[in-house]
Design a binder for this molecule. Structure first.
Ligand code: GTP
Ligand code: MG
Length: 192
């Protein structure tokens, strides 16, 4: 999907979307999750993914790779286009069951991260938070960062899933959490 309200696959299968700032590791996480090297394209240049990509898995569900937000080096005009694309998709996608919000484990959450979490909360969308690039932390940091980030985000530590696309840490836990989302009815059912 390249523009708000543009082409999307038919609403046949439940969807789970992956959201996060540019370069946080969305495409890498999707590849690790489905155990494929290059289903979703991993960008050498941050900010490359400008459209929404839909990946049908086992004819059972669809994983939705959202464009990364908050990349400083793209023009204001480009950023102004992404936001409606992401927001319109999240507001309108009937088969959407929930969102995996990715946060870089190494850094404090950004203003954009907080805005996205607020937006998801305002929609009532079931949300899982994955902490990416855990392999880049020292052993000591890996032990303490999840609790720190939980505090900064105002969440319980058990709502966060530490993850690494390099080592596979968190892959099975995230997969189970996603299966639970998919098995629930869409939270908006009955609204329309
Ligand atoms: P956009 O599509 O630009 O929004 O980026 P993205 O969020 O899809 O990130 P992507 O998966 O393309 O990864 C960005 C960079 O981070 C790449 O160089 C990846 O190899 C690297 N990367 C992603 N996940 C991990 C991880 O768990 N550990 C390490 N060490 N590097 C990672
Ligand atoms: Mg990507």
């Amino acid at each position: 999907m390249a523009e708000p309200g543009g082409w999307r696959p038919p609403n046949e299968l439940p969807e789970v979307a992956f959201s996060g700032r540019s370069n946080v590791g969305k495409s890498s996480l999707i590849n690790r999750l489905v155990r494929r090297k290059a289903l979703a394209r991993v960008s050498q240049t941050p900010g490359k993914t400008r459209e929404i990509n839909f990946f049908r898995v086992n004819d059972a569900f669809t994983l939705v790779d959202l464009p990364g937000y908050g990349f400083a080096r793209v023009s204001k005009g480009m950023r102004a286009q992404w936001r409606p694309l992401i927001e319109t998709y999240l507001e309108r996608s009937e088969p959407l069951r929930g969102v995996v919000q990715l946060i870089d484990s190494r850094h404090p959450p950004t203003k954009d991260d907080f805005q996205m979490l607020d937006f998801l909360a305002s929609l009532g969308a079931p949300t899982i938070v994955a902490l990416t690039k855990m392999d880049k932390l020292s052993r000591r940091e890996a032990a303490t960062r999840p609790a720190e980030l939980a505090r900064e985000l105002g969440l319980d530590e058990d709502q966060l899933i530490p993850f690494s696309s390099v080592t596979g840490e968190g892959r099975d836990e995230l997969a189970s959490a996603i299966v639970s989302l998919i098995e629930q009815p869409a939270w908006r059912d009955g609204d329309a």
